[in-house]
Design a protein around this ligand. Structure first.
Ligand code: CA
Length: 223
């Protein structure tokens, strides 16, 4: 899951970013409305956290323009406590929900999860591929009856695989979904994570559920 955070108060932006990374999200941060517009149009995000009061272009104008361009990424707006008018304008501009500043981080997380759930095609918190199952609410994974302990990053990679069963997943797709722009794509970190995931998921190495597709990427077998 990849998130764009648009917030010109740098301290708040970095707190949000750090918190989201701890939860396993890949996070890009920008500090004004024009940058936000550019990033949202050129990168695929699962959700955009958009402050309203921003330099260069305010959040409401950004949201309106994105919707006019048929970019329907869920938008969660950050609004000031006393501004009912902003909240109404925000929702009217095409935002999906808002959080009032100052907010508890746990509330922000809950709103993000709720929006992502609303977006997910199945609308069910459980994903099942073969005997592998994932609960996206509790972030727990099982192979049959065996519970698999995953780090947040391993979880987000597995969730991506399980949302696209049998599809060839390129390294670029994995990078874009699970890492932000600070990630060094020359590193072999993806191979390291795939190796770790296989070790945790599979009963034996010979029949890994995650197949390597030579020259292309990986694929999660359904059986
Ligand atoms: Ca602001």
């Amino acid at each position: 899951m990849r998130v764009l955070v648009v917030e010109d108060e740098r301290r708040l932006a970095s707190i949000i970013k750090r918190g989201l990374i701890e939860e396993g999200y890949a996070v890009d941060t920008v500090y004004d409305g024009e940058e936000a517009q550019y990033m949202a149009e050129t990168t695929t995000y699962d959700i955009i956290i958009l402050d309203i009061m921003l330099p260069k272009k305010d959040g409401i104008a950004v949201c309106k323009d994105l919707r006019a361009k048929k970019i329907n990424t869920p938008v969660l707006m950050l609004t000031a406590r006393d501004s009912v008018e902003d909240r109404v304008k925000g929702l009217d501009s095409g935002a999906d929900d808002y959080v009032i500043k100052p907010f508890a981080f746990s509330e922000l997380l809950a709103r993000i999860r709720a929006l992502l759930r609303r977006e997910s095609i199945s609308k069910t918190p459980k994903i099942q591929v073969g005997d592998l199952s994932l609960d996206t609410l509790t972030r727990e994974a099982w192979r049959g009856d065996r519970k698999i302990d995953l780090t947040t990053k391993e979880y987000s990679i597995l969730e991506y695989f399980m949302s696209h069963p049998n599809m060839v997943i390129t390294r670029t797709m994995l990078e874009e979904n699970a890492w932000d722009y600070e990630y060094d794509s020359m590193s072999n970190i993806i191979d390291v994570y795939i190796r770790r995931l296989r070790r945790k998921i599979d009963a034996d190495d010979e029949n890994s559920m995650i197949q390597t597709i030579r020259g292309a990427g990986y694929r999660l077998k359904t059986a």
